[in-house]
Design a protein around this ligand. Structure first.
Ligand SMILES: [Zn+2]
Length: 89
């Protein structure tokens, strides 16, 4: 399985970290924009595929889906300094 995959943004944390998902191979990445730009790959998926995605390609509504983040992922994210549930403070 390879080729070109389009990723979609499935969520954004209060701190602005975006979670992107590839519906074709399950690749998941976290993207933190800004001066401390950082990309974290949660799930490699199809490492041979070319992945792209852009805010401008997301249809209204899709970006508002709240991902089902497992509690262990939240703990893992907290270890990286990302407060996924920050908006519930
Ligand atoms: Zn993919």
């Amino acid at each position: 399985m390879s080729g070109t995959h389009e990723m979609i943004m499935v969520g954004v944390s209060d701190s602005g970290t975006e979670e992107w998902l590839c519906p074709r191979c399950g690749r998941r990445t976290l993207l933190r924009r800004g001066p401390d730009h950082e990309k974290v790959v949660l799930d490699v998926g199809d490492a041979l595929a070319v992945h792209f995605g852009g805010r401008e390609r997301i249809r209204t509504g899709v970006a508002e889906i709240v991902p089902d983040v497992r509690e262990c992922d939240v703990e893992w994210l907290r270890g990286l300094g990302i407060d996924w549930h920050g908006q519930k403070r």
